[in-house]
Design a binder for this molecule. Structure first.
Ligand SMILES: Nc1nc2c(ncn2[C@@H]2O[C@H](COP(=O)(O)OP(=O)(O)O)[C@@H](OP(=O)(O)OP(=O)(O)O)[C@H]2O)c(=O)[nH]1
Ligand SMILES: [Mn+2]
Length: 186
């Protein structure tokens, strides 16, 4: 694996640059909870799960976590990400981005299929993304969702996570505790 040396100044700069970029891109978006939480809370929360719970400090993984929904959910392009943050970060974001031109059911199916072949860095972002969203779902049902859709999300997320295993013990244990509670084996 290549080794890149970062000074403390480099690290502070790139993480704040990423956070600022994502905040500008998501500025008009809100989460689907009744309080309409600012969307940026999600990518920042995913990055925080990685540093705080999974003890991940790989700068490329943290950058990708902060940026992970910018291409999928805003006008951001992969070229823009590469220009601003380099090809490695671009490639991780690419791996965790759904193709929105596909029907929803196909996008869900592909997440399960692609999970297994993802890079280690992308798997970490995926696990933290799922953990954040499942915790949200435990707190409240998103606007417009039925209880059935909520249940289906837990079951689908488990299938994705099952193909991400062997990546980070802490994240997988937290996810397993949620699955045991929300979708125990019948
Ligand atoms: N649980 C929850 N999710 C919310 C909320 N607000 C926005 N979301 C987003 O909704 C997505 C899950 O809803 P879906 O209906 O399955 O996906 P879609 O919006 O992309 O069609 C997640 O996208 P994602 O991060 O790209 O992840 P993924 O589910 O596609 O893996 C999640 O971030 C909320 O209040 N609660
Ligand atoms: Mn996300």
């Amino acid at each position: 694996m290549r080794f890149k040396f970062y000074t403390m100044t480099d690290l502070i700069y790139i993480i704040i640059k990423c956070t600022n970029f994502a905040a500008i891109k998501h500025k008009n978006q809100r989460r689907k909870d009744p309080e309409k939480t600012p969307y940026i809370n999600h990518p920042i929360g995913v990055a925080y799960i990685l540093v705080n719970e999974a003890k991940i400090t790989d700068p490329e993984v943290i950058q990708a976590a902060l940026l992970h929904d910018t291409v999928e959910d805003t006008d951001t392009t992969f070229n823009e990400i590469e220009h601003e943050f380099g090809v490695n970060v671009r490639n991780i974001v690419d791996e965790v981005t759904d193709d929105k031109t596909l029907p929803a059911a196909e996008r869900k199916r592909l997440q399960i299929v692609h999970a297994r072949d993802s890079s280690h860095q992308a798997k970490l972002v995926k696990l933290a993304d799922k953990l954040y969203n499942l915790r949200d779902l435990q707190t409240c049902v998103p606007e417009g969702w039925t209880e059935e859709r909520r249940q289906e999300y837990f079951k689908w997320a488990k299938q994705v996570v099952d193909n991400l295993r062997g990546t980070n013990d802490q994240l997988e244990a937290s996810l397993d505790a949620i699955f045991q509670k929300e979708c125990p084996v019948q």
